[in-house]
Design a protein around this ligand. Structure first.
Ligand SMILES: C[S@@+](CC[C@H](N)C(=O)[O-])C[C@H]1O[C@@H](n2cnc3c(N)ncnc32)[C@H](O)[C@@H]1O
Length: 369
């Protein structure tokens, strides 16, 4: 068991990007960039398969919230209620109306802002924005945040998990940058990028690169890419020169036909991240995604994916009070099996789980030769 000796290096550094800029007439989507950080990590390596298992203590940048303890107790109590009533069904959106059929979802959706969030934004990338940026004043769909929604986006376990998995990505990016080449511009790719908040935050957290990475954002949803384009502009990055946006279907264009591989360039990428997509894919698609995304990497590059854990706390609340649709939670062992089935090196695989226990982040480093 090793306590990470490099904690000093994990403290947030000055950004190497330009300051966010506000396009005329638009609210900033990236206000208050308070940065989370890994405070402690404990690693054990499985001597049989070589997988490194890490438990992290991650500061999600909002730990001092005055409402956190109460809100989490309320959610935990409603989770217990849902477990006692397996017959209670998840909320659904029917003809543009939110239909609530249990007291836990009535509690969760008491605020009109939360109802707009569910009806107009879930499960798209815009739904994650107020979670990734609890300081935002309005939803991307227009509603102003009220006190209840602010507390949920800041303090709920699921909100914290979305932010802590992004902090793990930042840590991987910094680790790779400290080991990487400094003679060529790094290339990063975000698959199912959504609004690109995690990968842009990872970029601004990396120090010491003489050349800023070039980023390719891939998503099926034009609305997600439109949000990403605003994020990119706010970060002072230029389309083309710094960032390419590709509207592509990962299933059709990477898993079935591999055209994205040719388009982006096999063996050309330093970092591929695909946070927030495994939950929507069945096992064979996850295996193909791992295999094809790994082919994008150059030797020494890293692939980062994440999956909601099946043994996480408040899974019932997530599925039948919030009712986030179509999720496939997985166990750590199931994730290891997917990596094995994809033929990726287990002894280059790390599974990181922050203390909230909502997501496991899997990173695999491509061997140098
Ligand atoms: C939960 S969001 C995650 C966004 C982002 N990675 C993050 O963590 O903030 C999932 C994203 O996957 C995209 N997506 C879903 N199916 C896809 C597919 N077949 N091809 C490309 N993108 C897809 C959605 O449009 C959405 O933006």
């Amino acid at each position: 068991m090793v306590v990470d000796p490099s904690l000093g290096e994990l403290v947030p550094q000055q950004t190497s990007l330009r300051r966010p800029v506000s396009p005329p007439g638009q609210r900033l989507l990236l206000p208050h960039q308070r940065r989370g950080r890994v405070e402690l990590s404990v690693d054990v390596v499985d001597r049989v398969d070589g997988v490194r298992h890490r438990r992290l203590v991650v500061d999600d940048a909002h730990t001092s919230s005055p409402t956190r303890t109460t809100l989490q107790a309320e959610f935990a109590a409603h989770d217990a209620l849902l477990r006692a009533h397996p017959e209670w069904e998840a909320p659904v959106v029917r003809d543009g109306q939110l239909v609530l059929s249990n007291p836990a979802s009535e509690f969760f959706y008491a605020s009109p802002t939360m109802r707009e969030w569910r009806v107009r934004l879930v499960p798209g990338a815009g739904a994650l924005l107020p979670v990734q940026r609890p300081g935002i004043s309005h939803l991307p769909s227009g509603a102003a945040l009220d006190d209840t929604s602010v507390a949920i986006y800041r303090d709920a376990l699921d909100s914290i998990g979305v932010r802590t998995r992004a902090v793990v990505l930042q840590e991987v990016a910094r680790r790779d940058a400290s080991r990487g080449r400094h003679d060529a511009r790094p290339r990063w790719v975000s698959l199912a990028s959504g609004a690109a908040v995690p990968v842009l935050d990872a970029m601004s957290s990396v120090e010491g690169l003489s050349l800023r990475p070039h980023l390719t954002l891939v998503d099926i949803d034009p609305d997600a890419l439109a949000l990403a384009e605003r994020m990119v502009a706010e970060q002072g990055l230029a389309r083309g020169e710094d960032v390419d946006l590709l509207q592509r279907d990962l299933v059709r264009d990477l898993l079935v036909r591999s055209t994205l591989l040719g388009e982006v360039g096999a063996g050309s990428v330093d970092l591929v991240e695909a946070l927030g997509i495994f939950e929507y894919f069945r096992d064979p698609s996850c295996v193909r995604l791992l295999r094809e995304a790994f082919r994008l990497l150059r030797p020494g590059g890293s692939l980062v994916v994440a999956n909601m854990l099946s043994d996480r706390r408040e899974l019932h609340f997530n599925q039948r009070a919030i009712g986030w649709p179509l999720l496939v939670p997985r166990s750590v062992q199931e994730l290891v099996d997917l990596v094995r089935r994809a033929g990726l090196p287990l002894d280059r695989t790390t599974i990181s789980i922050p203390q909230d226990g909502v997501y496991a982040v899997v990173d695999v480093v491509k061997p140098a030769s």
